[in-house]
Design a protein around this ligand. Structure first.
Ligand code: KIV
Length: 261
């Protein structure tokens, strides 16, 4: 297979639907890459999937850089996108630029940041500096406290118009693709038709150009709340628990390790 770039990813719009996912370490990133996942997001969802927090807000820049470097070391073909954590691009554009540069130095091919019109100045500055940006509009989890929970966005006519305007603004600012999270299917279809860049949906219906799933949801590793739009493609939590229990049982029973010759 050939290495995916932001250019080939964007060019797939209208030709190939792309199933993309998150990964946060070298082991699972290598498996996803070898299975043909075209784009791997080192998501700030790691705060919830890997670090045990209730939201993505506590994730630190050092954690993103360490995970991005691990994923980038393992991946051969997938596009690697580092998700800029909360606080890494809200505290001034110079600091945001330095953090985005650090993501690329850690091995990312691009960065993702949340927001529409309000982050367009930053998207423009990054893309002009050669840092490809994947935008994220609709439900942006870093705004969970402003929403009062993880809630579908764009449900009223005005809110839907705002999501469309945000998506058009990030495209005009230079984003190579845009994540559409938790918006009604018909709004996702309208945005997808209105843009030249690909939309990557999560909880946004089937019409988007590509899809995200969080790796722990896809593999059945998440035993907490799983959003209703998720499809679980495996039940690794059960398999892992059976293996741990079998090991504990065999050690307790004197079966493992066997005597060595
Ligand atoms: O962090 C993440 O996993 C994400 C996806 C939901 C797109 O931002």
């Amino acid at each position: 297979m050939k290495k995916w770039t932001t250019v080939t990813f964007a060019a797939a719009k209208g030709k190939q639907k792309l199933g993309c996912c998150t990964a946060y370490d070298a082991c699972f990133a290598r498996l996803a890459d070898e299975a043909g996942v075209p784009c791997i997001l080192v998501g700030d969802s790691m705060g919830m999937t890997m670090l045990g927090y209730d939201t993505t807000l506590p994730v630190k820049m050092e954690e993103t850089l360490s995970a991005t470097a691990a994923v980038a070391r393992a991946v051969k073909d997938a596009l690697v996108v580092a998700d800029m954590p909360f606080g890494s691009y809200q505290c001034g554009d110079d600091a945001a630029m330095a953090n985005a540069v650090a993501c690329l130095k850690a091995g990312a091919d691009a960065v993702k940041l949340e927001g529409g019109a309000r982050v367009c100045g930053l998207i423009r500055r990054m893309t002009e500096a050669g840092i490809p940006v994947l935008a994220h509009v609709g439900m942006t989890p870093q705004s969970v406290n402003a929403y009062g929970g993880f809630k579908t966005q764009g449900k009223t006519r005005e809110a839907a118009a705002q999501v469309l305007a945000d998506a058009q603004a990030v495209e005009a600012a230079g984003a190579f693709a845009v994540t559409l999270e938790c918006v009604p299917d018909d709004l996702a279809a309208t945005v997808t038709a209105a843009l030249k860049i690909p939309t990557i949906g999560i909880g946004a219906g089937p019409v988007c150009d590509a899809q995200w799933l969080v790796m722990h949801d896809l593999l059945g590793l998440n035993e907490g709340h799983v959003p209703s739009f998720v499809k679980k493609y495996a039940d690794l939590a059960s398999i892992a628990k059976q293996a741990f229990a079998a090991y504990v049982g065999e050690v307790a029973g004197g079966v493992f390790p066997p005597p060595r010759a």
